[in-house]
Design a protein around this ligand. Sequence first.
Ligand code: AOS
Ligand code: ZN
Ligand code: ZN
Length: 387
Amino acid sequence: MTVPDPLPALAAQTIELPSWAFANSGTRFKVFGQPGVPRDPYEKLADAAQVHRYTGVAPRVSLHIPWDLVDDYADLRRHAAELGVSIGAINSNVFQDDDYMLGSLCNPDPRVRRKALDHHLRCIEIMRETGSQDLKVWLADGLNYPGQDDLRARQERLAEGLAEIYAALGPEHRLILEYKFFEPAFYATDIPDWGTSLLHCLALGERAMVVLDTGHHAPGTNIEFIVAQLLRVGRLGAFDFNSRFYADDDLMVGAADPFQLFRIMNEIVAADALRPGSGVNFMLDQCHNIEPKIPAQIRSVMNVQEATAKALLVDRDALRAAQTAGDVLRANAVLMDAYNTDVRPLLAELRTGQGLDPDPVAAYARSGYGERVAAERVGGVQAGWGA
Ligand code: AOS
Ligand code: ZN
Ligand code: ZN
């Protein structure tokens, strides 16, 4: 067995948390309010900081604009720093105004396209004010009916809009472009797959990268293949991690299919893309509709850590030897041996070594934070209407 010590790589790993995971959320049928939920972006950051406090690996928080609208972003940045976290990706929300019914950057009306572009330019200003490096673009643009609009013309409008946004970024910034195969549009989505996202990124320049949301594929899609392919060309910019059973379920990552998460992290480790500075931002994109939010984020971070630890335990030399020899069963066994290892003691050791409690969920529960904010905060906001 020739496996390097996984602890240094695990200690260096970071996972970015979504501000919206701490707010109330639900389905189209019902949003359940929970006690103690944040009333503003400041309180969302405070809750996210709890996740970092007990896991030690979640130092950044993505914002969603305008859900996370504040008067003074320099002040929000200071607040984050005081809490021991920083602002991560800025998500541009161009799907909630009536104006966007027929799309944003792809809309047939130039006035609406201009409005969507201006919103992105404001998001770039916010990146400068908060120190954020990634502009995350996910568009709800698409068509419900064949013939509703011109598929090719929409791609041209998209390319034009993205180019203007990209040109406004600073050299320290990246544009990360997310794809999704359906929803809210049902017939055609304007960025439905990694190929479309990659084509636009290649046209834009080297600071444009693809975002892979694990919930945004058809059932049965081999996601680790997409990971491997994007890593080959250096264009995997980020993950939006979550779990899906049916559609874009946004459940806790590693809950539905921990083996898939392991296979994804196995490609990451094999390509040496876990390293900070490798260009892959490991983000969560989740909503906790029925479970308490802070512990659910802690659990999600731990699930990513477990999959990563297992991927780090793959005996790469033995795997290569088996693959070269064409030993199908041995190669598969090497992978499964790593997957079937109980890495919880290893992660407990990691945390203890970092001065953390080996059990972050229990430590958070003991802290009394949840009860305290439930008593203090009245009127927590809904994720999508937090502004
Ligand atoms: C939407 O389905 C995408 O996953 C986006 O990343 C979106 O911005 C996020 O889910 C927050 O709503
Ligand atoms: Zn997403
Ligand atoms: Zn999604």
